[in-house]
Design a protein around this ligand. Structure first.
Ligand code: PLP
Length: 470
């Protein structure tokens, strides 16, 4: 008998009663199975999507993105209103930005955060009003800052003393006034169920609390800079409220002391709201998080006798994560004997770490289901792997899939809307997949897939005659 510690399956992985079920938290609300057992997304069979666009394919459920954007906005509007202030929600574009997604979230009343010149140009190309953009980053170049100031970006979140001087020169040269926040590190780092609170943080972003006062004093001396408050982002994939609470309390201490030198109208508490990647993940509903975080700030302000600032938040993953489903075709299968009669089945698919780097990069867990039909076999412990030349090229490390999954079947991996397309690469010269939006039974390409010709087009060593033949 194997003890749980020896088991090849992790303790959290439960054998499903129904190996074809779609656990609600990890799938877009529109995911279902049709009468033939085929997975459908917004009413479209996965088999038709694969036939039309090929695999791998990233499918984004537009209504899911819009619903999440609206849910965040209304949860923070309500919580702020009940505490005598206002709240703005910035979609953190780094989770997944293209012009369509930018338009959807702006349409639902969100602003957008960008953190490079490239993300800024995508948001501008989408027609987003520059005033509703925030600009992050620990190493914004002079050219990036000039472009941001020139287009009239709403807020620049300054990250270093060097950046303050760069901005001072730009606003002087262009005779403009730029709203800025100062990014601080509170010493609180949160992830899922834990948070770590230290006095010093060994990381590249922002000003330590002890140095921020001097930075703000310098900003207040510069005519073209309008100091609007502090910014703090404590981590990612956070399920609870305790880390936000501790961090807000530390930042409010500084906020209160800055009020002695002038106005501090706002406070931005960043993003990091977690989502479910597997059926055992249990993120706190956003309505609860919003109410608890905002009331923690209100209590902190009341205790210090200071007014409630206008609040901002920056969810990325929680807006787009659950809207994405990646479809792959199974190419080969392989059984590995693990001893004591246990077998792990490797299912190799036609993508991998080039379209989803999260497992290789962070050991992230995902789940998977057979999509082209319902399986008839018993649950088989399986590992979905990619086609790259790395043994760490894993898409889903641990999952039970029907034991009749075979080459030619389609697998669907849910919760791939955030940090998959945005982290995609051409590793092994694998073209990046197309991205298709689905809504009300219709599908639209929102990001074209790459071709081998795209990849070869960057290789300057190919004689042009050969390049034309390709
Ligand atoms: C990454 C990031 C976010 C978004 O994080 P999520 O985990 O996707 O919500 C928000 N703000 C800043 C400053 C970030 O770096």
């Amino acid at each position: 008998m194997l003890s749980p510690a020896d088991s090849p399956a992790p303790e959290w992985l439960v054998v499903p009663d129904d190996v074809n079920d779609l656990a609600t938290a990890v799938w877009p609300a529109s995911a279902a199975r049709d009468g033939d057992g085929v997975l459908t997304l917004a009413g479209i069979p996965a088999t038709s999507l694969a036939q039309t666009y090929g695999t791998p394919l990233l499918v984004i459920d537009e209504d899911q993105v819009r619903d999440r954007a609206r849910a965040f906005r209304s949860a923070f509007d309500r919580a702020a209103g009940e505490n005598g202030t206002t709240a703005q929600v910035y979609y953190a574009g780094k989770a997944f930005l293209c012009t369509s997604v930018a338009r959807w979230v702006v349409d639902e009343g969100l602003c957008i955060d960008v953190c490079t010149g490239g993300e800024l140009e995508v948001a501008l190309a989408a027609g987003v009003a520059p005033a509703s953009l925030g600009f992050h980053g620990n190493n914004k170049s002079v050219a990036e800052l000039e472009r941001a100031v020139e287009v009239g970006i709403g807020t620049i979140i300054v990250d270093s003393a060097i950046e303050i001087e760069r901005l001072a020169a730009i606003v002087a040269r262009t005779d403009s006034v730029q709203r800025v926040l100062v990014r601080v590190i509170s010493g609180v780092h949160a992830e899922t169920h834990e948070f770590l609170a230290t006095a010093h943080e060994d990381q590249k972003f922002g000003f330590p609390l002890a140095e921020a006062e001097e930075a703000v004093a310098r900003i207040r001396e510069i005519d073209g800079l309008d100091f609007a408050g502090l910014h703090c982002h404590i981590g990612s994939q956070i399920f609870g409220v305790a880390g936000f609470r501790e961090s807000a309390s530390r930042v409010l201490e500084l906020h209160a002391s800055l009020l002695e030198g002038g106005p501090v109208p706002s406070l931005n508490l960043g993003g990091g709201f977690g989502i479910a990647y597997t059926r055992v993940d249990d993120p706190t509903p956003i309505e609860t998080l919003a109410a608890e975080i905002v009331s923690a700030v209100a209590e902190g302000c009341a205790a210090r006798g200071i007014p409630m600032p206008a609040l901002s938040f920056e969810p990325g993953r929680a807006i787009v994560g659950a809207a994405g489903v990646t479809l792959y075709e199974v190419g080969t299968t392989k059984d590995v004997e693990l001893g004591s009669g246990m077998v792990r089945r490797y299912l190799s698919v036609d993508g991998g770490m080039s379209d989803n780097a999260r497992p290789a990069l962070y050991g992230a867990q995902f789940s998977a289901r057979l999509a082209s039909r319902s399986g008839i076999g018993a649950p088989q412990l399986s590992r979905v792997v990619g086609k790259h030349c790395e043994s760490g090229d894993i898409v889903v490390e641990h999952e039970y899939l029907p034991d009749d999954v075979a080459p030619g079947d389609l697998l669907a991996v849910p919760s791939t809307g955030a940090y998959c397309a945005s982290l995609a690469s051409n590793y092994n010269h694998v073209p990046r997949p197309p991205i298709v939006a689905v809504r009300d039974g219709r599908s639209t390409v929102i990001v074209r897939g790459e071709s081998i010709a795209d990849i070869l087009s960057r290789d300057a060593g190919i004689p042009s005659a050969d390049a034309e033949r390709l």
